[in-house]
Design a protein around this ligand. Structure first.
Ligand SMILES: O=C(O)CCC(=O)C(=O)O
Length: 297
């Protein structure tokens, strides 16, 4: 199984134990250049959105340009910490000033992309382009929670923390950061951000890396909540096209592999707290049930 190589043992250890670590990222000049090249261009885009995400903006070519600018600005940073990786996501996420609830990004995990993310790292990098703290929308993570939930996340799969989001968030920590610093976190990590109570936009670059030449999958939980979960092998361009944004629908691309030998369940508060306190990776037995017919055909 291919793996991302992590150059620094401390980073690897923190990623394993807490699920995240903050490291030096872009220098001041590169932050300024990135603001000029991509933030200035999109700062007035979709003004109705309190949280603007270039990855979900399908107008014009901004989605692709943001990816190029961000991937190229961060290439030296990524190369400093990682080898044998491929960068598959590069987005600019602007949290605009707002005290209303819509400014809050709810607790969630980003979609699972590798067949078993407990055995193969899928890493995200979140880097604010201004200093952040709890008043202007710093990212909040739940130390150790990357090992608690099964790595089976998709918009169409009911969240395992649906009934206990408040409890999970009580264990959350807001991570204050300097502009350009990089918060590296495991893709299995539940995260959220509160409103930006300041008077200025909070732009942040977000990247995702996976082992080079890895196999990609997407998961479909069924429009009506029916299970088991369907698994599709996807091309490496899966995140470049736009279908993943909409993965509440059965995917139109990819090869149907079968159904997952695992059914999501809503975790109770006690179970969550016990698992978090044990701090040992929960082993989930995944596997494909016999591949039956592709229901798309
Ligand atoms: O930048 C933010 O405030 C939220 C980002 C986020 O939730 C994500 O990257 O999935």
């Amino acid at each position: 199984m291919r793996q991302i190589q992590i150059s620094d043992a401390l980073i690897a250890r923190e990623l394993d134990s807490s699920g995240y670590v903050v490291v030096p990222g872009l220098d001041e000049t590169t932050v300024k250049d990135l603001c000029r090249s991509i933030y200035e261009e999109i700062r007035f885009a979709c003004p109705e959105k309190v949280n603007y995400n270039s990855g979900a903006d399908l107008t014009g070519s901004v989605r692709g340009r943001a990816f190029e600018c961000i991937a190229s600005a961060f290439a030296p940073v990524l190369d400093r910490y990682f080898q044998s990786y491929e960068c598959i996501v590069g987005i600019l996420f602007v949290k605009r000033p707002s005290a209303v609830l819509a400014g809050h990004i709810q607790l969630h995990c980003d979609p699972t992309l590798l067949p078993d993310e407990s055995r193969q790292r899928h890493i995200n990098i979140w880097a604010p382009l201004i200093d952040v703290d709890e008043k202007n929308g710093a990212l909040c993570l739940v130390p150790g929670a990357h090992k608690v939930f099964a790595p089976v996340h998709s918009f169409s799969v009911p969240s395992q923390f649906a009934r206990i989001a408040d409890t999970v968030m009580e264990y959350g920590r807001c991570v204050p950061m300097k502009a350009g610093d990089a918060l590296i976190f495991d893709n299995r990590m539940p995260h959220f951000s509160r409103q930006n109570f300041s008077s200025f936009d909070r732009p942040a670059a977000i990247l995702s890396i996976v082992p080079s030449e890895s196999e990609f999958i997407s998961l479909f939980g069924g429009a009506g909540g029916e299970f088991p979960i369907e698994v599709y092998r996807q091309p490496s361009s899966w995140y470049e096209n736009t279908e993943w944004i909409n993965d509440r629908e059965r995917p139109q691309t990819g090869t149907y592999l079968g159904r997952l030998n695992w059914t999501p369940h809503a975790m109770s508060q006690d179970e969550f707290v016990d698992r978090l306190e044990i701090g040992v990776e929960i082993q989930y037995e995944f596997g494909l049930l016999r591949a039956d017919v592709d229901t798309r055909s």
